[in-house]
Ligand binder design. Structure first.
Ligand code: ZN
Length: 366
């Protein structure tokens, strides 16, 4: 293990219109640059880990890394790092952009494996778009099958890269261009789509997808001469739930949970119980406007966790039936719904089998 991971974090983020440099912007509760840093540490593939930065770096991983000063351009920063490593007996360097937070250990291992056979290994993606090339005012078609979109980490034998840099006088965009300019061979391996670069605020917003949570609770009295509905499905039982509607505590809790997550008030506002319009309504119909609102606002349901609180009927016997019904009504996969049965040690109105209660937590994302 004599390899070094170099994280380039000195860029000025010209295309990223924010006061904060993009590498310090929070993404999934961590500054952008820390994501690939953590992957490099967790991979156990590196003896040295360097961050090249022009700003003071504060990170929870301080003990495992070294921060060195960046240069004006990317190639100046890389050169600083290569110089720093001069007497450290490094075999290979992996040079990575801090703006690619979704680096995987799997990709690092693939690159490492290829480095046993090649002095330069670079991950790439095939182009999914057709590509044109403009020279002055004329546009040319390029064959997209021959386009390689390079990613990072770009990996090199340290000595060879150092020597190429030493004699290089020109500005280069990345290390691969330096190799190509000097007619050196690069082994290109298929990269990882998720390992894309965040260039603009839009890229980050696209990645971020905020998560919201909503909580729901409901309780209805049990009564004779009513059918029992739970989760939109009829349950064979000698009592039913009293209410303006069919009294389906599971659906009412879910509706409140979803409305809560969307920050849209509650079920009572949507279906006032003093309005005859909604008398004896089946609760599954009450779900429709809520789901419409969810769709119109591009929300998706991440998961729903339900506690159904009653002595009888036994939840274990009706669990699958309810989950299947909810999965149909909500158009989500069954494994996103969890239903737990809870008894109350015969205590209170629920313990005496006079009522059924339900509580729910829903998670949604944009
Ligand atoms: Zn209710």
């Amino acid at each position: 293990m004599s390899d070094c991971f170099i994280l380039l974090s000195a860029g000025k983020s010209k295309r990223f219109k924010s006061k904060l440099n993009k590498q310090f912007i929070k993404y999934k509760n961590m500054p952008l640059f820390e994501h690939s840093l953590k992957t490099a540490i967790d991979s156990n593939l590196f003896r040295e880990i360097l961050i090249v930065s022009n700003k003071k770096i504060k990170t929870i991983f301080s003990k495992k890394i070294r921060v060195i000063k960046g240069g004006k351009e990317r190639y100046n920063s890389t050169w600083n790092a290569l110089n720093y490593l001069k007497n450290k007996k490094i075999k290979n360097v992996f040079i990575h952009d801090a703006a690619r937070p979704n680096l995987s250990i799997n990709l690092l291992e693939k690159l490492k494996k290829e480095l046993k056979k090649s002095n330069a290994v670079v991950p790439y993606l095939k182009s999914e778009n057709s590509v044109k090339y403009k020279i002055i005012n004329k546009i040319y078609n390029l064959n997209r099958d021959k386009i390689l979109m390079t990613q990072t980490p770009q990996c090199f034998n340290y000595k060879e890269l150092f020597n190429l840099y030493k004699t290089n006088k020109e500005k280069i965009n990345d290390e691969a261009s330096l190799y190509i300019r000097n007619n050196r061979k690069i082994k290109f391996i298929l990269g990882d789509k998720k390992n894309f670069k965040i260039t603009t605020i839009d890229d980050l917003n696209y990645l971020k997808s905020d998560v919201y949570y909503g909580i729901g609770f409901d309780i209805h009295r049990l009564t004779k001469n009513k059918k029992l509905f739970l989760g939109g499905v009829k349950i064979p039982f000698h009592l039913g739930l009293k209410g303006h509607s069919d009294g389906d505590v599971v659906l009412h809790s879910i509706i409140d949970g979803l409305l809560g997550a969307m920050r849209k008030s509650d079920i009572g506002t949507l279906f006032p119980s003093n309005s005859n319009r909604f008398k004896n309504i089946r609760s599954k119909n009450m779900l429709i406007p809520v789901l419409n609102f969810l769709n119109q606002n591009n929300f998706i349901i991440n998961n729903i966790d339900i506690n159904l609180i009653c002595e009888n009927p036994k939840v274990s016997k009706i669990r699958n039936k309810i989950i299947k019904s909810l999965s149909n009504l909500l158009s989500i996969n069954r494994d996103l719904i969890n239903l737990k049965g809870k008894t109350v040690e015969k205590l209170g109105i629920i313990g005496k089998e006079k009522a059924i209660a339900c509580e729910v937590i829903c998670s949604i994302s944009k």
